[in-house]
Ligand binder design. Structure first.
Ligand code: PEP
Ligand code: MN
Length: 474
């Protein structure tokens, strides 16, 4: 069934490319008293404790003078793609580090994550027969919510590490102090990262004729690497066949790919400084990333993060754990997407497999009953974190089990699984236990590089992609 599937994908890619732009309802313009600063009058959780507010103002003024990192038109295209995912006509792949780090910034690491996301999207598109929307947790994913404001080691208590945009991970008083000028450094790293990503996406690297070259070196002899090469070979054959039929290899879908960025909308000083008015539509956009999401810890209806996000016109998301109540999810959705615009809002569910089977159906039902359109996304990472021999880790089997539960619940409810959201890296790390490579508890200390949550390595990520592809095919 490979040939019909491939041609169906090619056709749908072409179809969505020629669609008209979504018209923004005029009622949204100036509908209520929102501006990029209205969040300031609401309680803002998880914000840094800066000692010198004057320096924060100066750093943010500097960022406010910088160009936007993304453009409003790109956000509108992404929103159309996400709308397709809400009906099963596309599927979304979110992936990247839990937190980007200044010390791990390198062109090779960006390339390897990008390449792995391309590989996974080929596996998913081939299996699912739908276009894959690629969203990197990259070029801005720096700020981290913490469960405790301080950390104590050997009787010494210091402020918690909140991500490189705020302070440093080393356990010293000096690095744990919140430094406003890290905001500017994070902006600059994001700009350089995006520049490379745009080069990869539109400069030929992501062309479909290169599918077989995306296999990472260390993956070549793994089971996943072989399975990938089988698909790559079939893609090459299909392309050769299409060329023989007269297909033009200069078509955009042959030469380039769309790639979008996302991060948690956490640090509101930074987001405000990058909020810009779009000259085409006269609407506000958060220009730090194409897609912003509200974390599980900051999604209170009457607080600052929801206030900020309701006013920007980007596609947005909300993380939802088992603590979410069916009535509250309906109110939250109504506040963030009052016009029920398809693609505007993704609900990113993260509960762990067992709780997901218990609690998710009631959320879906409430949303369905209220007639709200959302794109349902599975984050199988954040409900599955545990500590083993002093390392924060996750078990591959639990990650997979949550995805399985997510698909099973949607099957039962007759609703649509729209995407997956993974913490992953193209590096050959040993941070999550299990998977085909059988990383054991004893391996955790060998290549544990994350400064925050544990990530799936390339092999584990590809293995997840094969599983999801299988579920999409069913
Ligand atoms: C995250 O995505 O890294 C995160 C902190 O998620 P959550 O808000 O779901 O805990
Ligand atoms: Mn995380």
């Amino acid at each position: 069934r490979s040939m019909p599937v491939l041609s169906r994908r090619a056709l749908s890619v072409k179809a969505i490319a020629s669609e008209p732009r979504i018209e923004v309802p005029s009622s949204l313009k100036g509908a209520s008293a929102w501006s990029p600063v209205t969040w300031r009058s609401k309680p803002a959780l998880q914000q840094p404790d800066y000692q010198n507010r004057d320096e924060v103002v100066k750093a943010c003024e500097e960022i406010a003078r910088m160009p936007p990192l993304i453009f409003a038109g790109e956000c509108r295209t992404l929103q159309q793609r996400l709308a397709k995912a809400s009906t099963g006509d596309a599927f979304v792949l979110f992936g990247g580090d839990c937190a980007e780090a200044f010390s791990q910034f390198s062109a090779n690491r960006i390339r390897d994550l990008y390449r792995l996301l391309l590989q996974m999207s080929i596996v998913l598109a081939f299996g699912g027969g739908v276009p894959i929307v690629k969203l990197g947790r990259i070029a801005g994913q720096f700020a981290k919510p913490r469960s405790a404001p301080t950390e104590t080691i050997n009787g010494v208590t210091l402020p918690a590490y909140r991500g490189d945009i705020i302070n440093g991970p080393e356990f010293t008083e000096e690095t744990r102090r919140c430094d406003p000028w890290r905001l500017v450094r994070a902006y600059n790293q994001s700009a350089a990262t995006l520049n490379l990503l745009r080069g990869f996406s539109y400069g030929g690297y992501a062309g479909l004729s290169r599918v077989s070259q995306w296999n990472l070196e260390f993956m070549k002899n793994t089971q996943e690497g072989h399975a990938y090469m089988d698909i790559a070979k079939r893609v090459d054959e299909a392309i050769q066949f299409m060329i023989a039929c007269g297909m033009d290899t200069n078509m955009p879908f042959m030469r380039e790919t769309e790639f979008y960025t996302c991060h948690e909308c956490l640090l509101l000083d930074y987001e405000e400084a990058l909020t810009r008015l779009d000259s085409t539509t006269d609407l506000w956009y958060g220009c730090s990333a194409h897609f912003l999401w509200c974390g599980e810890r900051t999604r209170q209806l009457d607080h600052a993060h929801v206030e900020y996000l309701r006013g920007v016109n980007n596609p947005i998301g909300v993380k939802v754990s088992d603590k979410m109540d069916p009535n509250d999810i309906v109110s939250l959705i109504a506040s963030l997407n009052p016009h029920n615009t398809p693609g505007r809002l993704s609900i990113i569910v993260r509960m762990g497999a067992k709780k997901l089977r218990e609690k998710f159906p009631a959320l879906i039902e409430a949303v369905q009953r209220s007639g709200q359109t959302v794109t349902w996304v599975c984050d199988p990472m954040h409900g599955n974190t545990e500590t083993v021999s002093g390392y924060k880790t996750r078990r591959y089997d639990n990650v997979r089990a949550e995805i399985e539960a997510f698909f099973d619940v949607h099957d039962k409810m007759g609703t649509v699984p729209g995407g997956v959201h993974l913490e992953m890296t193209g590096d050959n790390v040993t941070e999550c236990i299990g998977g085909g490579a059988s990383i054991s508890e004893d391996d955790l200390n060998s290549r544990y590089h994350t400064h925050c949550d544990p990530r799936l390595n390339a092999e584990q990520s590809l293995e997840i992609a094969f599983y999801v592809a299988q579920r999409l095919r069913q």
